[in-house]
Design a protein around this ligand. Structure first.
Ligand code: N01
Length: 526
């Protein structure tokens, strides 16, 4: 099927070669590169009514990227019109809308398609997809661009359902609710909260910030991009390339402290301590806001207006744990009632379970939730034994604490394109990563992570699986190494299925020395 023959939206069942789920940076990035390669037989299922992923869903006041925009954009689509070094959410969302049109992927999009199940049919080598709207698709290849930070996490606090005021999560911000004059409780002090607290503090009557763990915060080198710079970027594009490259290497150098020599983080911590001292004159508040773990263990945040907001007369920071919520108050473990009109959760996302049970089922109907019982894992964050022709973008251990996720996404997209090309040239109906290749890769990753600041810094974070304590989210180190590792696709790492449904050993190719790959060609059974 090609674009000309694509069936209308109301068709009950659709056959497509490649189904992409999600239209954030990952899904769009995959679609754009397919189009650029001349592929037209693919469709993108998007649960919402527009593209943008996290940059559509998160629109809380102050929402902005904490990575410089020149790096946080597609390498092939620099945007000379960025207005700030760290673009704000509406600008990033517009950028993604523009890319959708510019690269001709809009006609491949199907909005209002929330995936409810993807089941691998071993006899036909196809993924059978069902959507909440009743649509069904059949696809040879399934690419997940669903991201790990899309399902809001709201803690199960006793009495939450008895609260009679207004409640919402930062990801579902209710702009229609007037915060003016209200007593507001904010729960959580992560990347989202530190962006919206300074925005709402001047508007509310009183803001109580419930802090469980203080974050380390560095100064944010943000500024408007001057018209002359924009002119240069537009008319002499190499200038923006130089800027991008400089920023990339500046950010990349931070991996040295995070993953290679965690002791270097002490020097970084000094900068954060100075930032705190300069911005918070009150020693008691300063003590409350000083973390007791090494910087970098949790995501390092950047802000110039968070600390000043906390010094306002109408803002207080509460560190006693929350015991319950009553009709009109938050009650802390010391028995104190904190009467509020509104509770805003800045409590992050359900990172450990990116796919709910029942949504992705591979060979033998095995649910990915069961495969990941002891924590998520994948080969190069992309492929998983038991799940043929299933590719994840932003899968396990591809997250970053120091550089742009778009770089990781592009690395994975290119790897998937290589896999698809190899399948075509080998005439394989399906491919599946060999279990021992994936296992050896993950052992290596976990070893490296064990030495990194995220494991040794003395904190608990969402980077670690809550059940096993394993870091299943972050890539351990330099992003160029990930680019290198994904830069070759070796069939030696995979089983190939002939159209008969039996795995066959395809000819063994010269084994590329892929970083982290055991790259063995022994014909082990699954
Ligand atoms: O969520 P978080 P977030 N009782 O998980 C607290 C990305 N992002 O939405 O630290 C009380 O970081 C929790 O406390 P603790 C980015 O990758 C990017 O802020 O666990 N408190 C913490 O303070 C980021 O890392 C941008 O002790 C509870 C907070 O809630 C990720 O999204 C901007 C609690 C959660 O912080 C998530 O950020 C924004 C409970 N029961 C976000 N449960 C960019 O600019 C949780 N907390 C790119």
């Amino acid at each position: 099927m090609n674009a000309r023959t694509m069936p209308p939206d109301d068709a009950a069942s659709i056959d497509t070669d490649i189904a992409i789920i999600g239209s954030g940076f990952a899904g769009l990035g995959m679609a754009i590169r397919l189009r650029q390669g001349g592929q037209t037989d693919f469709m993108i299922a998007e649960k919402a009514e527009s593209v943008g992923g996290t940059w559509r869903d998160n629109h809380y006041p102050g929402c902005a990227c904490d990575v410089q925009s020149h790096v946080y954009s597609f390498s092939y689509a620099p945007n000379p019109r960025w207005t700030r070094m760290f673009a704000r959410q509406p600008e990033i969302r517009s950028y993604l809308e523009e890319c959708t049109d510019r690269f001709g992927v809009r006609r491949h999009l199907r909005f209002g398609h929330e995936l409810v199940s993807a089941v691998y049919d071993e006899t036909r080598h196809r993924w059978q997809l069902a959507f909440a709207n009743g649509q069904q698709w059949s696809a040879r290849v399934l690419v997940s661009g669903m991201g790990g930070l899309s399902r809001a996490a709201v803690p199960n606090i006793p009495g939450l359902d008895t609260f009679e005021g207004k409640i919402f999560h930062s990801q579902q911000w209710d702009h229609a609710y007037p915060l003016e004059g209200k007593r507001v409780a904010v729960i959580g002090t992560g990347a989202s909260a530190i962006q919206f607290v300074p925005q709402i503090a001047p508007r509310v009557a009183q803001l109580e910030l419930f802090q469980r763990t203080p974050p380390w915060i560095m100064p944010k080198a943000d500024r408007a991009i001057k018209p002359l710079e924009q002119w240069l970027f537009r008319n002499l594009p190499f200038t923006q390339k130089i800027m991008r490259s400089g920023l990339y290497w500046m950010l990349e150098s931070r991996a040295l402290g995070f993953a290679v020599h965690p002791s270097l983080m002490k020097a970084v911590q000094k900068i954060a301590e100075r930032h705190l001292r300069r911005q918070v004159p009150d020693p008691q508040l300063r003590a409350t806001l000083t973390p007791d773990y090494t910087i970098g263990c949790k995501r390092v945040l950047i802000s110039n207006d968070y600390f000043p907001a906390l010094s306002r007369a109408n803002v207080s920071v509460e560190t006693t744990g929350i015991e319950r919520i009553e009709r009109d108050a938050v009650v802390t473990a010391d028995g104190v009632r904190h009467p509020v009109d509104c509770v805003i959760f800045g409590t992050g996302f359900q990172v450990a379970d990116p796919f709910p049970r029942g949504v992705v089922r591979g060979r033998g109907g095995v649910d990915i939730v069961d495969t990941w019982r002891d924590g998520a894992h994948a080969y190069l964050g992309t492929t998983l034994p038991g799940y043929p022709n299933f590719f994840m973008i932003v899968g396990p251990n591809t997250g970053l604490g120091h550089n742009s996720m778009v770089y990781m996404i592009e690395s994975q997209v290119e790897y998937i394109l290589r896999a698809l090309n190899t399948m075509r040239s080998e005439r394989a109906a399906a491919i599946e990563v060999r279990p021992q290749v994936e296992r050896a890769y993950n052992e290596r990753i976990q070893q490296q992570l064990g030495r990194a600041i995220w494991s040794t810094g003395g904190c608990k974070s969402w980077y670690l699986d809550p059940n096993t304590g394993k870091n299943t989210t972050l890539w351990p180190g330099f992003t160029w190494r990930f680019r290198q590792a994904t830069g070759t696709f070796s069939m030696d790492d995979y089983f190939a299925y002939a159209p008969t449904a039996q795995p066959t050993a395809l000819p063994v190719h010269a084994t590329a020395s892929v970083h982290g790959s055991a790259a063995t060609a022994s014909a082990e059974a699954t």
